[in-house]
Ligand binder design. Sequence first.
Ligand SMILES: [Mg+2]
Length: 343
Amino acid sequence: MIAALRARNPIKPGKLRLGIGDDCAILRPNAGDELAITTDFSLENVHFRRDWHSPEAIGHRCLARGLSDLAAVGAKPMAAFLSLALPKELTARHRGKPAWVERFFDGLLALAAKMNVPLAGGDTAESPAHKGKAGLVAADIVLVGGVKRGRALLRSGAKPGDLLYVTGPGLGGAGAELLALERNPSRFTALKVAAPGHPHLYPEPRIAAGLRLRKRGLATAAIDLSDGLSTDLHHLCGESGLAAEIDATVVPIHPMAQLAEAAGWARSALQLALHGGEDYELLFTARPQTKIPRELDGVAIHAIGRMSKMRNGKPAVTLLEEGKAVSELRARGWEHFRGSSSD
Ligand SMILES: [Mg+2]
């Protein structure tokens, strides 16, 4: 498998001096850069289901989670590392058809090529059957990125009065697509190639937008939306020691969330936008006087609220809705069938 991966993943000259095939990968960061490093599990029946998700989508999502964390700090991806445990039968071809694991790498490497990040190493192991049950797939992805020393975007940098922004075409799309997927998985099995408009199956990590936010000094703090706006905003507030108010009338709502509401799959599209996880958009803050463009690298930017000082006895995050009293917005990021958070 290593030789096959090496052939598909040629080393490009640049930050990666040495990749798959030796004992270690060797990275050479730019002088004056710091390394940003993030690791994320993708576990069968926790983060994906093999009877719902195509192998290509699982590979794409595995890498996208790590890339989204690099985007959140404004880092440029340098290399990815993958440790993969899987049952033996997933490495075998059936009647000449590609093995599950080949298709997993099709999805992962397609996104890697698009984002110009080499898969620079990793490990594979057999996930053994246990008590008559087939072994489960477990993938642990590590992403390394470079960021100018002391310039990474942090969750802790927001100031009172900062405005709160979110990237992308709208929130709640990933949660809505998951609701559609669990109702009719067979409708989605043919989706073997990343296509826009599939926020759950093929999320688009906001690497370019994160880089621009950092390089142009636009943002004071940032986080990626993995657990859902309500939960991730609490993380940002906690690290910055601030409160926040969201204006529900300007929160962008993904069209798929509107469809999920119309179909009766979700209580409301707004609830999906506030609490549905895995949108992988960026949530960031900026000084009120900073001019934030309407879009960054083709990705829309929406102002959705404001940061303020924490007040004793007052909730950290509140929601302003038309015709209603201001209410507390609790962290209720969706758990789906996941057992863990996904920072
Ligand atoms: Mg994160």
